[in-house]
Design a protein around this ligand. Structure first.
Ligand SMILES: [Zn+2]
Length: 743
């Protein structure tokens, strides 16, 4: 998910002032903060101890929120720049030889309303640069609530006073927690270098459970013991699994903190999740472990954003992808990743990983998360599991709390594996684009008592060629598991030739989607994502439909035209003579003139419309009560997709309009009633992929189906009881090294 630290970085890119970017040692803040939610006020005293490289400068320069008016009892504060309409005010303090700590006093109102990001992007959360409010308190580095020096890591002691019923949370360890009739005081200490300081506060109920040297914590706005216990147990399971895999968890606590609006933030040693999000049961084994793992990648080993954000892809690979792997779903997970790249990233929207900062669209997500994830998957294929994990553990040990770039990753993996991985990183990180592969004329000849299979692999993308290790699988007569060959390819074409004792029945190129590549659209079932992701989209309204339903269709079409990416056009089916083949086309209504263009090709997938019933994958659906979405490739151009969306119920259209963008990966969907309750969803079978071929023989040999057997997961999730034992094991204790700073 997203990270507030990143926004600070983006914010500061626009700041013309240059700061010392040396992050060799930290600025230490001793902060005393009082927060008043009823007036949105913050009162602060900050005693700042500078590291040597900053103490030697003539001035200490920092930025602070525009409304906080800093004063000093030890030094003179000068204003450098106070740009209008910006919350970033730039100050400096003249330093003298005595090198004494700088004490600043400041205070004021911080209350930026929570506002929506771009609506077109379905995952877009609402956000705020920071606020102190009766509903809750959220302060991040991007709030500039403490003196910020860009690209400079900090450590801190943070004492916070709030009204009695409020509890404040930050990174690190809680050293003090006391409550009087009128006040609550907490003190958080983070000795490890941090790139941000957060304060989250609310009227929390607190739950905790110890796991060796780490404390699992949960902060909920309403009492809910059962929910808290689920999070505490799951925290211990993932902390144990990742500590064993990568090295000890870098902090002394991990807290799941409920926010007062919907977010999915991962901060060092805690995650801030929205009230709706935390109650979805699937979050425990999807977003939640992802945020836990960010304490290794992103909030443990820090990201050098100037060279590209590698941490999202690695975290997604070792959390979301690993969980798919543990559940036997990794192959379809990777196919979906590649499908999203193929659907959302056209030439104009592509960019190299070195330019990825954070996701802001489906295209940037497909690259920054998807392509990066595949980079790590390919590394693992190339190095093997043991070497891959060893390199990650070495990287973590060496780079913990250091700002780390793709070049550092390349060095770590090259060194650990004894392989020069520079060309590998160069082609996947510095270049945009993806290889597009196809299998060329594969044939089998009998040669004596043996069988020779000849063929070729072809790279057919327009851009530069890639160096690839391509898995090729051959199913042989009488053998259940396929024979696997890895073909090295570094030209436009590689000829392949293999000899077998038994007859080859089928050849498949990269059937487990182990390579990052642009899928041929015949490998990908038609899906709704192609209807939403296309650069040009035409929506055809059914001119013969009754007015109430037609109006609802039109409202939905206009809303998508406004909010979805791409250029959308809305027309009546009576206004055109034939379907264009250069764009995605939505065909709306049971009575649309062009519905046959979808209905016809789908007969091969078991779809049939007879009178008042639609047969869909052996289900019979009454047209009167169901809404249906069916996709098919355009008969004249398999690169474009037709989407047929039909309902008999005007009342259902608003719900469909809201729900469909969340079902993008499906080829077909069926909904029931006015609330549009989903009753069927799925993807079509791939019937004519250019990456596979069946060999036929005169005796029409029968085979009982080809089945890929996915390799085992990189690691398994331990049960709660053994996770607790693992966390007590001395080897997994946290190893907190206090950074040097003067007190
Ligand atoms: Zn993330």
């Amino acid at each position: 998910m997203t990270h507030p630290a990143l926004r600070l970085f983006l914010l500061l890119l626009t700041c013309a002032v240059t700061f010392n970017a040396n992050a060799a040692s930290t600025i230490h803040h001793t902060l005393k903060i009082t927060l008043d939610p009823s007036t949105s006020m913050i009162y602060a005293e900050d005693t700042i101890t500078l590291p040597d490289h900053l103490a030697r400068q003539p001035y200490f320069e920092f930025i602070l929120h525009a409304d906080l008016n800093p004063q000093s009892t030890t030094h003179t504060v000068e204003t450098v720049d106070t740009p209008a309409r910006s919350i970033q005010h730039h100050y400096r303090v003249k330093l003298n030889a005595s090198n004494q700590p700088i004490t600043l006093h400041y205070g004021g109102v911080i209350n930026h309303p929570i506002s929506a990001k771009g609506e077109q992007y379905a995952r877009g959360f609402k956000e705020s640069p920071g606020l102190i409010d009766k509903a809750g308190i959220f302060l991040a580095g991007s709030t500039l609530w403490y003196p910020v020096v860009p690209n400079q890591l900090v450590s801190f002691e943070l004492a916070i006073t709030t009204p009695a019923e409020w509890t404040a949370i930050s990174q690190g360890v809680r050293q003090l927690h006391e409550k009087s009739a009128t006040q609550q005081r907490v003190e958080w200490q983070a000795r490890q270098p941090q790139d941000d300081i957060f304060i989250i506060a609310n009227r929390y109920h607190e739950y905790s459970q110890s796991a060796g040297a780490v404390e699992a914590m949960v902060f909920l706005r309403d009492e809910d013991e059962a929910l808290a216990q689920k999070y505490l147990d799951t925290t211990v399971q993932y902390l144990a699994m990742y500590s064993k895999l990568l090295g000890p968890y870098p902090y002394q606590k991990f807290a799941m903190v409920e926010n007062f609006w919907d977010t999915g933030y991962g901060m060092p040693s805690f995650t801030l999740l929205g009230p709706r999000v935390i109650r979805f049961p699937f979050i425990l084994h999807s977003s939640f472990p992802h945020e836990i793992l960010h304490n290794w990648w992103g909030n443990g080993v820090y990201v050098d954003y100037n060279q590209g954000n590698w941490a999202e892809g690695l975290t997604t690979y070792l959390a979301d992808h690993l969980i798919a792997e543990q559940r036997g779903r990794a192959i379809s997970y990777r196919r979906d990743i590649l499908q999203r790249y193929s659907d959302f990233v056209s030439d104009g929207r592509d960019f190299p990983l070195s330019q990825f900062r954070s996701r802001h669209s489906s295209a940037s997500e497909a690259i920054g998360y998807g392509k990066t994830l595949m980079l790590f998957h390919m590394l693992r294929q190339q190095l093997g599991n043991r070497e891959f994990v060893r390199a990650l553990a070495t990287l973590y040990r060496k780079q913990k709390f250091k700002i780390t770039s793709f070049s550092d990753l390349e060095a770590a993996f090259s060194q650990s594996s004894g392989t020069d991985l520079a060309p590998f990183f160069e082609q996947w990180v510095a270049r945009s684009g993806a290889p597009a592969l196809t299998l060329g004329n594969a044939t089998v000849h009998k040669k004596g008592s043996r069988y020779r299979l000849n063929g070729s692999l072809i790279q057919q993308q327009a851009g530069a060629l890639f160096e690839l290790q391509i898995p090729v699988m051959i199913y042989l007569e009488g053998e259940r598991e396929p024979h696997v060959e890895i073909v090295s390819m570094n030209g436009a074409q590689s000829d392949i030739s293999f000899e077998f004792d038994t007859r080859p029945l089928r050849i498949e190129v990269d059937p487990m989607f182990d390579l990052f590549r642009r899928l041929d659209n015949r490998e990908i079932p038609a899906a709704l994502s192609q209807g939403f992701g296309a650069e040009q989209v035409l929506i055809l309204l059914p001119s013969s439909e009754d007015k109430a339903l037609l109006d609802e269709y039109r409202n939905m079409a206009m809303a998508w035209a406004r909010t979805q990416p791409g250029k959308w056009q809305v027309r009546l089916d009576s206004e055109i003579d034939s379907l264009p083949s250069d764009r995605a086309v939505w065909i709306l209504g049971w009575n649309n003139r062009f519905s046959h263009a979808v209905e016809q090709p789908l007969k091969a997938q078991g779809v049939a419309l007879t009178g008042k019933q639609l047969t869909l994958k052996e289900k019979s659906l009454a047209i009167a009560s169901h809404s249906v979405m069916l996709t098919a490739r355009h008969p004249q151009n398999s690169a474009t997709t037709l989407v047929w969306l039909a309902t008999s119920r005007a009342e259902a259209v608003a719900a469909l309009s809201r729900k469909l963008p969340h079902y993008r990966k499906y080829s077909y969907l069926a909904f029931e009633g006015d609330e549009a309750i989903n009753v069927a969803k799925g993807q079509w079978h791939v019937l004519n992929s250019p990456m596979s071929l069946d060999f036929h023989y005169a005796d029409n040999l029968e085979h009982d189906g080809f089945k890929l057997i996915p390799p085992p997961a990189l690691v398994q999730l331990p049960a709660v009881s053994s996770a607790k034992r693992m966390m007590r094991d001395a080897a997994l204790l946290t190893s907190e090294a206090a950074p040097p700073h003067r007190r």
